[in-house]
Design a protein around this ligand. Sequence first.
Ligand code: FPP
Length: 235
Amino acid sequence: MNLSKLPVHVAIIMDGNGRWAKKRGLSRVHGHVEGVKRVEEIVRAAKEVGIKYLTLFAFSTENWRRPPEEVNFLMGLLKSYVESKRDEFLSNDIRFNAMGRLKRLPNEVYEAVKALMEDTRHCESLVVTLALNYGGRAEMVDAFKKLAKEVASGRIEPKQVDEELISKHLYCPWIPEPDLLIRTSGEMRISNFMLWQLSYTELYFTPTLWPDFTKEEFYKALEDYSRRERRFGGI
Ligand code: FPP
């Protein structure tokens, strides 16, 4: 693989679990179970090649609209994923992080997420961020509310509001913007994911469904990225 240009931050919209299951005559939750295996595989692959930040869209603010059984199943999967990763993340120097309206997650999921974030806070080879109860517009709303409060209290002047200040009020201002966004399953949409941060991100869409998105597929996306030229609006 040509590693001359590796993205620092890769964000992924993991889509297609339901369709993968349906194709096999299985229930949707089977697709999510298989999807977790790919999460594990892609985290290892990212660490192996030296990616520094991996951000995975695991549950959106819109996903609450799914049938309650599916939502509960996903929450259970999340909890067991987070609870089972402690040793692996610590021994591989992987920092676990989460972003979104986390306090609205079921309490036991929230507690498990918080615990793994705290336990791995010192790790720095790779940062794995799960977007949970996350929406790009919700993130901006939350940022603008914080900013509005600071303006109202006189701590900042309206004329000081600029792109940098807005960026600093997003959920994870310490994480650089994604260099590469991958979306699986053939949908060509951003679906309210990291709307602010994706302004200059390279987009990679593949028809592969998430449960089929193996390490080899991931490396293909990285190779594709390495051939692209980014100009950030310049020439
Ligand atoms: C999209 O498939 C996927 C999700 C709703 C979330 C992704 C969740 C996982 C990979 C499993 C849980 C993750 C972790 C980290 C434990 P879909 O159901 O929208 O598929 P469809 O579009 O084919 O219906």
